[in-house]
Design a protein around this ligand. Sequence first.
Ligand code: NAP
Ligand code: ZN
Length: 348
Amino acid sequence: MTTTVRAYAAPSATEPLAPATIERRDVGPHDVRIDIRYAGICHSDIHTARSEWGPTTYPIVVGHEIAGVVAEVGSAVTMFAVGDRVGVGCMVDSCGECSYCARGDEQYCAEGNIGTYGSVGRDGEPTQGGYAQSIVVTERFVLRIPDALGLDVAAPLLCAGITTYSPLKHWQAGPGRKVAVVGLGGLGHVGVKIAHAMGADVTVLSQSLKKQEDGLRFGAGAYHATSDPDTFDKLADTFDLILNTVSGPIDLDDYLSLLAVDGTMVNVGAPEKPLSLRAFSLIMQRRAFAGSTIGGIRETQEMLDFCAEHGISAEIETIPADRINEAHDRVVASDVRYRFVIDAATFA
Ligand code: NAP
Ligand code: ZN
């Protein structure tokens, strides 16, 4: 038995997303049914809908920044009750038994985590994401949204928030540490706020100075345009940590030259094409180039609580479902301030 819900789906890599219906499984003993209120638009949704990371299986409903209210709980559910304000991020299950799952790093599950969309669920059906009226998720992968955060501005934290929080914490952004955030988009703007709240000295590296006032308001102490070649001379050997959130190709050697000795550049941006770098950009200053994906469930809850405590949420533009395609195009054009969030009432 399943429940039919309205959604927006990509029919192919080249056609616009369009209204569709999908089936959600019935609530099992450990499941929670969530009435989706808001779904953020992450650039990963666009990479996936357009098959930029390899072939996607269509039709697909993307969306992994989900905020809503619990509508139904299974008989064995202990952590949630009907009416609770909750969220779901980029994964909906994992093996639960490997060493990574055991230590709370479900995103690195040895068997691969089950993505909110584009994976195959334990029921053997393809998973479909948050551009929809509701979703059914095992309670272990449901997050609690603190009362201090509105559901609309909290939704983007479920991906943009944790994707920046986890590496900032792992590479010890904090007092006395110079952190640069590259790209002031959905991830970048939340990353600036979080790094600032952690106590780091934050610099924004954006393509232009158009968003400078905003960047400084989000907590950056400095803001530079990467279109200005002087930027790379002025800031050479400066940062302890660079968080790269850019969705497209950049010249890694240019950015690595901004790291101090022992500095690390972490890529969370996931461009379509391979990146390259010169070994000498790393070896002469013992620099590191690293990557990171989202964060574990326990850490995601910790991030939501941290954001509530520090008054951090996403800057959003709320749209109805029939503007999703336009929003996707605007994200690709870096014309987003700073996250589009879909009002899920408009899927009806
Ligand atoms: P976004 O809102 O589009 O932000 C990306 C920003 O990068 C843009 O706003 C722009 O900022 C800058 N940018 C874009 N194209 C550029 C170019 N060609 N050269 C230099 N800068 C450029 O996207 P997002 O949702 O934050 O996602 C960013 C990337 O992270 C995507 O590739 C996404 O798939 C990936 N991602 C990864 C994870 C993970 O787990 N690792 C999770 C979520 C997303 P400025 O205008 O300020 O320059
Ligand atoms: Zn995402």
